[in-house]
Design a protein around this ligand. Structure first.
Ligand code: HEM
Length: 411
């Protein structure tokens, strides 16, 4: 009989210690059967090579449960249709629908397109730092790391400024999935988000603008390419994925540099290292620690020597693959000069992060501005008082209180 280990994968306490757990699993149980507090069973995959296989082999491992002989994610009769619609975003569908959906937005996020946002992001970072510097002690997450990606993605899509606080609070509730009550806690905020988006789309049909929401509405109007459910799901995915991830790159990255002052100093002295530094920060404290659900679609499947039953839920631990000693030399050492750095923080295969060029640009601008202007930044609280947000997928701090300026260091 399969023996399941019990982990509360989404709890902040688990995340605070997760790298030690993964290290043990990589050695002793690299494809490990796990039972969540909700009684959900899954397999946790922690070695680099196995993670690569899992995210790249979309014949054996699929995103739509019905392609693995299970009930469809969207076929839950008692759930409102608008909620079920959200299951049809590109991250949760297989080919050929996936290709059609991804092609609709892919062009908006190419390196050339996102490069045109550079000046806007630089101005934003400078303004936020002006304010932070003046206040001395501030929350790096709320006052710096969050407003950058949130403003950028909201402006790209066309979410009015007056609505940003509301959109942020709904997004936060959706992300904080509590594995103890399954996905129930997400129903209400997703519904509210969907209603809000539907109103925005209505507005764009009447008043087209030069933004991504208008482009999506126009794709829907042409028929064939995008139906209304998919239109809602796409807006939700882009808005959430566009900021809930990068905020953690900047916040976790700052924490990693504070914990490694010689690396902070090196980056300050050699700003040309920012590109490799951002790749290393993505590897070291990967913002998406666990990739989204995948299901075994075939009989007699095997991964890392472990037999997997058809229909099993299998999760790729990207954060663990990025610390695998079989792939990286000194994986627990932060080395901002590491190059090449074949991390999998953006995933791999057909679901490879569509926003990676944007995330990299935001990360590079934010980290360069911060380290150049406030190299002596340090924690304003004791390190062990830092708390991680409840989330199955994300490594995200609740806040990061820091002090800038030449005050005496307390740690
Ligand atoms: C540091 C920041 C980011 C990280 C670490 C990150 C990471 C990831 C990862 C790991 C995946 C694949 C998940 C899986 O295979 O289960 C993914 C997919 C995706 N990301 Fe990102 N992401 C970031 C920023 C962004 C941004 C700024 C956007 C902008 C819209 C974005 C949009 C998406 C979308 C739409 C997908 C789904 C792609 C598909 O299914 O084909 N991400 N991201």
């Amino acid at each position: 009989m399969t023996e399941f280990r019990r982990f509360d994968l989404s709890s902040g306490a688990f995340r605070a210690n997760s790298h030690a757990v993964y290290r043990e699993l990589r050695d002793a149980a690299p494809v490990c059967p796990v039972m969540l507090p909700s009684k959900q069973q899954l397999y946790l995959v922690t070695r680099y090579d196995d993670v690569m296989t899992l995210v790249k082999d979309n014949r054996r491992f699929v995103k739509q449960p019905e392609n693995a002989g299970l009930r469809s994610r969207t076929n839950i009769p008692w759930l409102p249709r608008m909620f079920r619609a959200m299951g049809s975003n590109m991250l949760y569908v297989d080919q050929p629908d996936h290709t059609r959906l991804r092609n609709l937005v892919h062009k908006a996020f190419t390196p050339r397109m996102v490069e045109s946002m550079r000046t806007r992001i630089e101005t934003l970072a400078d303004e936020l730092l002006d304010r932070a510097e003046a206040s001395g002690t501030f929350d790096l997450l709320e006052d710096y790391a969050l407003p950058i990606p949130m403003t950028v993605i909201a402006e790209m899509l066309g979410v009015p400024e007056k609505d940003r606080a509301r959109f942020r609070s709904l997004s936060e509730k959706i992300i904080s999935v509590d594995t103890n009550n399954g996905n129930l806690s997400m129903v209400l905020p997703i519904m509210r988000f969907a209603i809000y988006l539907r109103d925005l789309y209505r507005d764009r049909r009447r008043n087209p603008k030069d933004d991504l929401l208008t482009a999506l509405v126009e794709a829907e109007a042409e028929g064939e390419r995008l139906d209304e459910d998919e239109l809602l799901a796409m807006g939700l995915l882009l808005l959430i994925a566009g900021h809930e991830t990068t905020v953690n790159l900047i916040t976790n990255g700052t924490l990693a540099l504070i914990e490694n002052p010689e690396q902070m100093q090196l980056l300050h002295d050699q700003p040309e290292l920012t590109r490799t530094a951002v790749e290393e920060l993505l590897r070291y404290y990967s913002p998406i620690e666990i990739a989204t659900d995948r299901y075994v679609a075939v009989e007699d499947c095997e991964l890392g020597g472990e037999p997997l039953p058809k229909g099993a839920l299998v999760m790729a631990v990207l954060g663990s693959a990025n610390r695998d000693e079989r792939r990286f030399e000194n994986p627990d050492t932060l080395d901002i000069t590491r190059d090449p750095n074949p991390h999998v923080a953006f995933g791999q295969g057909i679901h490879y992060c569509v926003g990676a060029p944007l995330a990299r640009l935001e990360g590079e601008i934010a980290m360069r501005a911060l380290v150049q202007r406030l190299p002596d930044i340090h924690l304003a609280v004791a390190p062990d008082s830092l708390r991680y947000r409840k989330s199955l997928f994300l490594r995200g701090l609740e806040k990061l209180p820091v002090t800038a300026g030449a005050t005496e260091k307390s740690h």
